[in-house]
Ligand binder design. Structure first.
Ligand code: IVH
Length: 684
C-alpha cells in the first residue's frame, strides 16, 4: 500500500511526464511513446487525482478538457520569472596566474592551513563560454529549466531546454533523487555554430559568436525555433538537492554520464600551485583544438565542508575562481578592403589588417561577407577596428572604433566593376552579394570550365580539375569557347598527357555539339539558371537569338520564372563579352535551338492565349487545382504580374500581387467569376 506522500509524488511525476510527451508531440512532432502508452499515463494520473482532489493542479495535463494541445500551449508571450531556491552565483575573475596564486593563498588562510606544505584540495575545469542554465529534476523527471537572470530570479526556458539533445528528459536512474537541480552551461559546438550561420539568410544576419547564438537560442519564446538550434549542455554544478548528497565536484561529474548527460570534458584534481600553472599553460595552448569555446578555467575548492568553511562574498563564493584566458578580441588597423572574385563570380570584400595576435594566432585578414556588412559596421580604411576569432577559425571584424579616428581615414566604395576583368558587376534588388557575370573573367575561368564540362552540363569526358588547371595555366584556355579552338597537338604536348587522352578529349568536345540547347544554357553558368530553369527558358524562347533579345519582363512571363532569374538572364545576355563568346560557340557548332516542339502547346479553350496569375487563398480550389483548370481552358499560368498578364485570379490575403495588378490595370477576378468564365464558354 503506497503512502499518501508517494502518491502525491507520483501525481507530480506523471504530470511532468505528460507535459513532456505533449511537448514532444505538439512542438517537436516527434513523440517518444505510443498513443496507448500516453493514454495509460493519463488514466493513471486521473485515477490518482480522483483520490486526492486537493492535489489537482490547474496546470495538470488532465485539466485541458475537450481541447487539443497545440503550439500555443508551449509558446509564451514572454519568459516567466523563476525564483532560484539556491542563488546562481557568479565567479570572481582572476586576470592572470598571479591573481590565482594569491587566491590560493587566501584559501589557505581561510581554511587555516598552517603547515607550509598543506595545500587545499582543488579541482580545475573548463570555463565554458556559453550561457548558464539550471535544470530541475523531480523524481528524475525534468520539470523546469531557467536562465541565471540576476542570480536570484531567472527566466523560465523549460520548453527550449527540452529540445536540447544532451539534456535527458528523465534521469536514467532506477532510484532517482527526489529533487536535484543541475547547473551548467548551454553552448554551441563550433561545427553546429558554423552550420547555423551558413543557413542564415542575409536579412537574418550572422551570429557573431557561439555564445551569442546560444544565448539567443535559449531565450527563444517559440521552442520550435530553439529546436532547430543544436545546443548542448555541460553540467558543472548543483543547486537544490534532496534525497541525494553530491558533496564534491568529482561526485557530481561521476554521476552525469549515468544520468544521460554529456561527460564532463575536463576535470583535474590539483594539490599544488605548480600543477595549476602547468594545466593553465596546457589548456591555453590546446584550446584552439577544442570543438567548443572556453574562455578560461574554473578552479574550485573540493568538498562541501571546506566550501562552507570559506563561505561567500556578495555574489560569488570564496571557494571558486575563474582564471580567464587572454581575450580573443583585439584592436588593430584596417589597412585596406580588397574585393575578391570567387569561382562562381561572387564578389566578396576581405579586410586586410595590420597583423595582430588574437587568442594565440596572428590575424592579418578577415572576411567581410558583403557590402552591406561594411556599411553596417561603419568601416573606414585606416580605422582602428576590433577583431575577434569566434568559434570558427575565420577571424571577423566586429566594429570600428570611431573615437580613435584622426581624420585621415578614407571611405570605402564598393567597386562597380569586377576587380578581375573590369566588367560592370551585377547585384539585383533583394540580393546582397554582387556578382560578375562575365564568361571571360579570368578569376572565374577554372570554376566556369569545371561547370561547363560537368556531367549534367555538357558532360565533357576526361576534362577534369587537373587538366583544366593545366589548360588554364598554360594559357590555352581563357574562356569556355577556347576549348573548341584547342588543337590535338597542343593538348598532346601538355605535360603527362598521352596522345590517346588528347584524342579522347578532342572527341569528347566534338560530342558536346550533339547536346541539347538547354544543356548548353545550363553549362554557361548563368546565376540562378540550373537544369530545370534552362529547360523552361529553352521551351519558351526556342533559340538563342530570341533569347538574347528577350527583356527581363518577357522572361518573367515564363511559368515558374520569377523576377530574380529573369533579371539575371537578361543581364547575362546583355553583355558584349557574353555575346562574343556565344558567337564563337555558335561557329563551333554547338546547338542553340530547341530540339522538339514546345512542351506546352496552347490549347483551344475559354482562356486560350490568356496569361493568368493566381494569388491568395481561394475558397474552394487549391492553387494546383486552379492552375490545372487554367491550363485545361487553354490559358497560361505565370508567377508574377506584369503588363502582359491578362487576368489575376485572387483569393483571400492576395497582398502585393493584387496591388500590382490594380496599378497595371490587370483585370482581377475571384474564384466564382473564374468558374463562371470557364463554365460559360465551355457550355456555349
Ligand atoms: S561554477 C558558484 N563552473 O561562468 C559557482 N561556472 O562567471 C558558479 N561557467 O554563470 C559557477 N563554466 O555560467 C562554474 N565550469 C564552470 C563554468 C562556469 C562556465 C560560467 C557560469 C557562470 C559564469 C560565472
Amino acid at each position: 500500500m503506497s503512502s499518501e506522500k508517494d502518491d502525491l509524488r507520483r501525481i507530480r511525476a506523471l504530470s511532468a511526464q505528460l507535459h513532456q510527451h505533449n511537448f514532444r508531440y505538439y512542438i517537436l512532432d516527434d513523440p517518444q511513446i505510443s498513443d496507448a502508452e500516453y493514454d495509460r499515463l493519463l488514466d493513471d494520473l486521473q485515477a490518482l487525482e480522483q483520490r486526492y482532489p486537493d492535489a489537482v493542479h490547474a496546470d495538470s495535463p488532465t485539466q485541458k478538457v475537450g481541447a487539443q494541445w497545440g503550439p500555443e500551449d508551449f509558446i509564451a508571450d514572454r519568459l516567466p520569472p523563476v525564483q532560484h531556491g539556491v542563488p546562481m552565483l557568479s565567479l570572481e575573475n582572476a586576470m592572470g596566474t598571479d591573481a590565482v596564486l594569491q587566491w590560493v593563498e587566501r584559501v589557505r588562510r581561510g581554511l587555516e592551513l598552517q603547515d607550509e606544505d598543506a595545500n587545499p584540495p582543488l579541482t580545475v575545469e573548463y570555463k565554458f563560454d556559453g550561457v548558464a542554465v539550471s535544470i530541475l529534476y523531480e523524481d528524475g523527471i525534468l520539470v523546469r529549466a531557467a536562465t541565471r537572470g540576476d542570480g536570484l530570479v531567472g527566466e523560465e526556458v523549460t520548453g527550449n531546454v527540452r529540445t536540447i539533445r544532451s539534456v535527458p528528459q528523465q534521469l536514467t536512474d532506477k532510484n532517482p533523487p527526489a529533487c536535484v537541480e543541475l547547473r551548467g552551461e548551454a553552448i554551441l559546438l563550433h561545427a553546429d555554430f558554423d552550420a547555423m550561420n551558413r543557413s542564415r539568410s542575409a536579412e537574418e544576419g550572422l551570429f557573431a559568436n557561439p555564445r551569442n547564438a546560444a544565448a539567443g537560442s535559449l531565450r527563444q519564446l517559440d521552442p520550435r525555433i530553439s529546436a532547430k538550434r543544436p545546443l548542448d549542455v555541460f553540467i558543472y554544478g548543483v543547486g537544490d538537492q534532496q534525497g541525494i548528497d553530491l558533496s564534491s565536484q568529482q561526485q557530481l561529474v561521476d554521476r552525469l554520464p549515468g544520468w544521460g548527460f554529456l561527460a564532463s570534458p575536463f576535470l583535474r584534481s590539483v594539490d599544488n600551485s605548480e600543477q595549476l600553472l602547468e594545466i593553465y599553460q596546457e589548456v591555453l595552448e590546446s584550446r584552439e583544438q577544442l570543438p567548443f569555446d572556453i574562455d578560461g578555467l574554473v578552479i574550485k575548492v573540493e568538498g562541501v565542508e571546506l566550501r562552507e568553511q570559506l563561505g561567500m562574498r556578495a555574489r560569488s563564493p570564496r571557494w571558486a575562481i575563474a582564471l580567464k584566458f587572454p581575450p580573443r578580441q583585439e584592436t588593430t588597423r584596417l589597412l585596406e578592403i580588397q574585393v575578391q572574385v570567387g569561382r562562381t563570380g561572387a564578389l566578396t570584400p576581405v579586410a586586410h589588417l595590420e597583423p595582430v595576435e588574437v587568442g594565440g594566432v596572428t590575424v592579418s585578414r578577415a572576411g567581410l561577407h558583403n557590402p552591406q556588412e561594411i556599411e553596417r559596421k561603419g568601416l573606414m580604411i585606416g580605422d582602428q577596428v576590433v577583431v575577434q576569432r569566434a568559434g570558427d577559425v575565420i577571424p571577423q571584424v566586429v566594429k570600428s572604433i570611431e573615437s580613435l579616428r584622426d581624420g585621415s581615414e578614407k571611405e570605402f566604395h564598393f567597386p562597380d566593376k569586377c576587380p578581375a576583368c573590369s566588367e560592370p558587376i551585377w547585384c539585383p534588388e533583394g540580393e546582397v552579394i554582387p556578382h560578375c557575370q562575365n564568361l571571360q573573367c579570368p578569376a572565374q575561368i577554372r570554376g566556369r570550365i569545371e561547370h561547363f564540362a560537368s556531367r549534367r552540363a555538357l558532360d565533357i569526358d576526361g576534362l577534369g580539375e587537373k587538366l583544366i588547371d593545366q589548360l588554364v595555366s598554360e594559357g590555352l584556355v581563357k574562356t569556355p569557347s577556347d576549348l573548341y579552338r584547342l588543337e590535338l597537338d597542343e593538348v598532346a604536348a601538355l605535360e603527362r598527357m598521352a596522345q590517346k587522352s588528347a584524342e579522347n578529349l578532342v572527341a569528347a568536345l566534338e560530342q558536346t555539339k550533339q547536346r541539347s540547347f538547354s544543356r548548353l544554357l545550363h553549362a554557361l553558368g548563368i546565376r540562378h539558371v540550373g537544369e530545370r530553369v534552362a529547360e523552361l527558358i529553352v521551351d519558351s524562347q526556342r533559340d538563342i537569338d530570341t533569347l538574347m533579345a528577350a527583356s527581363s519582363e518577357t522572361l518573367e512571363q515564363i511559368d515558374e520564372i520569377g523576377p530574380a532569374i529573369a533579371a539575371s538572364v537578361a543581364d547575362f545576355f546583355s553583355r558584349d563579352s557574353v555575346r562574343q563568346e556565344l558567337e564563337v560557340l555558335r561557329a563551333a557548332g554547338l546547338k542553340m535551338k530547341a530540339d522538339g516542339p514546345p512542351a506546352g502547346e496552347t490549347r483551344a479553350g475559354p482562356l486560350s492565349g490568356l496569361t493568368v496569375v493566381i494569388t491568395g487563398t481561394l475558397p474552394n480550389l487549391s492553387r494546383g487545382q486552379a492552375k490545372a483548370l487554367v491550363l485545361a481552358a487553354g490559358g497560361k499560368v505565370t508567377g508574377s504580374i506584369s503588363k502582359s498578364t491578362d487576368l489575376l485570379l485572387a483569393g483571400d490575403k492576395a497582398g502585393s500581387k493584387l496591388e500590382k495588378a490594380n496599378k497595371l490595370e490587370v483585370e482581377v477576378i475571384d474564384e466564382a467569376e473564374f468558374q463562371r468564365r470557364i463554365d460559360e464558354t465551355t457550355t456555349t
